[in-house]
Design a protein around this ligand. Structure first.
Ligand SMILES: [Zn+2]
Length: 330
């Protein structure tokens, strides 16, 4: 999410060092729910951890747009798509664009829907795979590894791509989109949204996943949805999941987070429900755009449980017979 530093200072948590006891209990719940009707494997903790250890490694140098590090990240995502039979949507997986004289490229995977009518409609699941590269030096460390921001969301999108490619359970077509240049002002998502609009795709919904690496306090819903009051998306996702996976966060409204993440360019272009989901609630993570946003700060039980619990919600949305998720101002 863009430009949160001022908000975090206002919220008084930016690198203030206060250690809040985070509940670990809730993260165990969905792990047990491994079996499904079709016996498909759900997301595995070790896969999530392995991916994070690479995406947020010093070797990737904080994945700044235009850097050698982000190129390695893009290659990783492309080979993941290939290994899991997820096709490119365009000629290649890369949707290239120029930003500040730098070469930026989103990485886009595509799974065609299995329903003869609904497959002409699209759902987009997204996250940004870029980060800021370097941060303010702390004990000689200058690499901003961006584990939570937003390697966590990137890995979630990849794991759902793996799930739907394996189960082939998506009636609508799905684009798995990883954005670059988010940290430079949503430049990657702006480019792709305009390109898909021009191509005239029938976009149903878009959900962007941002900073889902650490759990919220036990009494809170697992995650929150930005633009909560703008559509019935939260209500429908919770209905499909048969429990409250997303809720409302007052700060998300007061800080207009709806406009600060890669969902927004899709709302601007298509005026459809394009919103973001996060578990970062201004109380549970003090290393935003900080060199300590590292692998060891991530809660892999929580991340795995989040990804597993979101699957029925996403499946319900992708397979609904009609476009029942709608903007309230439609
Ligand atoms: Zn971010």
């Amino acid at each position: 999410m863009r430009n949160l530093i001022i908000l975090l200072l206002v919220a008084g948590i930016y690198s203030c060092g206060s250690k809040k006891e985070l509940s670990k209990e809730s993260s165990k719940v969905s792990i047990e729910a491994k079996t499904t009707d079709s016996g498909v494997e759900f997301v595995k903790l070790q896969d999530v951890q392995q991916a994070m250890e690479y995406m947020a490694s010093d070797e990737l140098e904080g994945r700044n747009t235009g850097s050698a590090g982000i190129e390695k990240a893009a290659v990783y995502i492309e080979s993941f798509f290939k290994e899991n039979n997820i096709k490119p949507y365009f000629e290649t997986y890369r949707d290239s664009f120029k930003v500040k004289k730098l070469d930026g490229y989103n990485v886009v995977g595509y799974l065609e829907g299995n329903d003869k009518d609904l497959k002409s409609e699209f759902v987009i699941l997204g996250a940004h795979y870029d980060h800021i590269g370097v941060g303010k030096e702390v004990d000689g460390d200058t690499i901003a590894n961006g584990a939570n921001d937003d390697a966590s969301g990137t890995i979630a999108v990849l794991e759902w791509a793996r799930y739907f490619a394996k189960t082939k359970s998506n009636k609508r077509s799905v684009l798995f989109t990883l954005y670059s240049a988010e940290e430079m002002g949503l430049k990657g998502s702006e480019h792709l949204a305009a390109k898909l609009k021009e191509a005239g795709i029938d976009l149903y919904t878009m959900i962007n996943f941002e900073m889902i690496g650490v759990p919220r306090a036990e009494k809170e819903t697992m995650a929150y949805l930005t633009g909560f009051n703008l559509s019935n998306m939260a209500e429908k996702l919770n209905e499909y999941a048969k429990n409250d996976v997303v809720g409302f966060l007052p700060q998300a409204k007061s800080y207009s987070l709806f406009k600060r993440s890669d969902n927004y360019p899709f709302y601007q272009q298509f005026k459809i429900p394009a919103q973001a989901i996060s578990t970062f609630d201004f109380t549970n993570f003090e290393f935003y755009h900080h060199v300590d946003d590292e692998v060891d700060k991530m809660d892999f039980n929580h991340m795995t449980s989040f990804m597993n619990r979101m699957i029925p919600a996403l499946e319900g949305m992708i397979n609904a017979a009609t476009k029942e998720i709608r903007m309230h101002n439609e």
